[in-house]
Design a protein around this ligand. Structure first.
Ligand SMILES: O=C(O)CCC(=O)C(=O)O
Ligand SMILES: [Fe+2]
Length: 288
């Protein structure tokens, strides 16, 4: 059998061994690399602490989507659709996000923000890694979100980060002022993989190929009307990534169409969000 070339360039490297990738974020941005799978960012004890605290969270602190996904905290995508431009409402969310991440190390027993930003600093080309201040300089963005996919229900339908810019205008208008959101990157740490399913699938379709997701969410439409059928017999090429517990994915989620496969048998729990450069290029932001 002729081995097939992997579709994308994904660096598979241990968290303690990132010295060869100091310019990793620049390489994602200039498209000489497509992603990282960084092994052992969190250890077993840290994962267990996060899981235990997660499972104690009250339902009022979460948001359940219609695709079998439970978010903590309530994500900005949801807030964007409900605040209706009220500055006061919006400020409440940013203050709450700030509070949640201030308390996270005690409540969850793990300084997730510090650890993840520490790892990202090693590939950030000398830039500082920070969580951005909220709209009207109030509070902060949520540095990440916990995403629990329910077995036999939960998935992320095909998307890419650039697709969200028009969908969530309140947040992206602000993020676009302080940051380069075009071709933003994604990151997450695998907290608890499911027994089956839940892989991250990267498609051989870029935002520059197709900007439209058709009804049903499995066909993308290109600029000249050409269709990319993600599930048809002549499927587009794809590459699946299946990180283990404690592994972190950082990838070009803004420009590469991707999805998370339906989770089977047991739940899947991840914690992550987006990564982008500040407008003046001196900082790297983590936000969700
Ligand atoms: O699995 C996750 O938590 C997020 C997957 C995803 O769509 C992303 O990281 O952009
Ligand atoms: Fe994504």
């Amino acid at each position: 059998m002729v081995p097939t070339e992997p579709l994308y360039r994904i660096a598979d490297v241990d968290a303690s061994d990132l010295s060869a990738y100091a310019d990793g974020i620049d390489r994602l941005q200039n498209e000489t690399l497509d992603g990282f799978i960084i092994r052992n960012v969190l250890n077993r004890e840290q994962l267990d602490k996060i899981i235990e605290a997660h499972d104690k969270l009250g339902p009022e602190t979460k948001y359940v989507s219609d695709t079998g996904m439970v978010f903590f905290p309530v994500p900005f995508s949801k807030v964007d659709q409900t605040v209706e431009g009220s500055a006061q409402e919006l400020e409440k969310y940013f203050l709450n996000y700030e509070e949640i991440w201030k308390n996270f190390p005690t409540q969850f027993g793990v300084d997730y923000e510090g650890i993840v930003q520490g790892v990202l600093t090693k590939i950030a080309g000398g830039r500082k890694v920070e969580t951005p201040i909220g709209i009207n300089n109030v509070g902060k963005y949520s540095t990440a979100g916990l995403k629990h996919l329910i077995p036999d229900e939960g998935l992320f339908k095909a998307h890419c980060g650039n697709l969200f810019h028009k969908e969530f205008p309140t947040f992206y208008t602000h993020m676009n002022q302080i940051s380069t959101v075009e071709n933003q990157m994604s990151y997450f740490v695998m907290i608890e993989p499911s027994k089956a399913g839940g892989e991250l699938t990267l498609y051989d379709v870029l935002w520059t190929d197709a900007e439209i997701r058709m009804k049903g969410d499995v066909v993308l439409k290109g600029k000249n009307g050409e269709l990319y059928d993600l599930e048809g017999p002549k499927k587009v090429r794809q590459q699946m990534l299946a990180p283990g517990p404690g592994d972190m994915i950082v990838f070009s989620g803004g420009r590469i169409w991707h999805r998370v496969e339906m989770v089977r048998h047991t739940r899947r729990l991840t914690c992550g969000g987006f990564v982008s450069l500040s407008k003046d290029d001196t900082k790297l932001y983590t936000w969700s």
